[in-house]
Design a protein around this ligand. Structure first.
Ligand code: GSH
Length: 205
């Protein structure tokens, strides 16, 4: 499999999941602004939507949309318990989280990364995210991960998108359970491997 990614983007959740599942894969770095691949190739030819992640399967087909890719990867390795079995209520709980993260948090950040967004839009966007973080913090109190003690694809996704707070001036210190969750996920060896592979770990002085 080949994962088309951009460092630190939402594709990092798929990258983490591939490593947590222990599956073989290659990384294909993509510039989401120019839509060019590292070898100069046209990323639109891979994903006509132009967004990462995209996953090229071993038979050559390309799967897009993060939540679909996350489930596909996790389902290749059921023993990894990265997603509960299809048809169980536990699976729908993870889907419930994926949908919340993708629509309320992931896309909730978008105006903050848009240089054309008016300051009033950015202020509204920040307030809206802060309300979601208040709620998320309550959900995470007393828990290791979103659905309990077991790390799932929803945790990989939440980790990646809430990590963007560091780049838009939102201090997660206001939400201790969320901040502890971030630290817990960041400490996972496979997460560290993924961060290092994307060049996201600060080098020791
Ligand atoms: N609906 C897509 C959205 C993916 C997305 O927003 N990707 C961002 C990076 S986090 C991107 O590639 N943005 C550049 C663009 O859409 O042109 C998914 O869930 O996979």
């Amino acid at each position: 499999m080949q994962l088309y990614f951009s460092p630190g983007a939402c594709s990092l959740a798929s990258h983490i999941t591939l490593r947590e599942a222990g599956l073989p894969f290659d990384l294909k770095r993509t510039d989401t602004k120019t839509k060019k691949l590292e070898d100069g190739g046209d990323y639109f030819a891979v994903n006509s939507k132009g967004a990462v992640p995209a996953l090229r399967l071993d038979d050559g087909q390309v799967l897009t949309e993060g939540p679909a890719i996350l489930q596909y990867i996790a389902d290749q390795k059921p023993d990894s318990k990265l997603v509960p079995k299809a048809g169980t209520l536990e699976r729908y709980r993870v889907l419930e989280w994926l949908n919340f993260i993708t629509s309320e948090i992931h896309k909730g950040f978008s105006p903050l990364f848009n240089p054309a967004a008016d300051p009033s839009v950015k202020a509204y966007t920040t307030q809206n995210l802060e309300k979601k973080f208040d709620w998320l913090n309550k959900q995470l109190e007393g828990k290791q991960y979103l659905t309990g003690d077991n790390f799932t694809i929803a945790d990989a996704y939440l980790f990646v998108v809430t990590n963007w707070s560091n780049f838009v001036g939102i201090d997660l210190g206001r939400w201790p359970a969320l901040q502890q969750f971030q630290a817990r996920v960041a400490a996972r060896p496979k997460v560290q491997e993924a961060l290092a592979a994307e060049g996201l770990l600060k080098k020791a002085a």
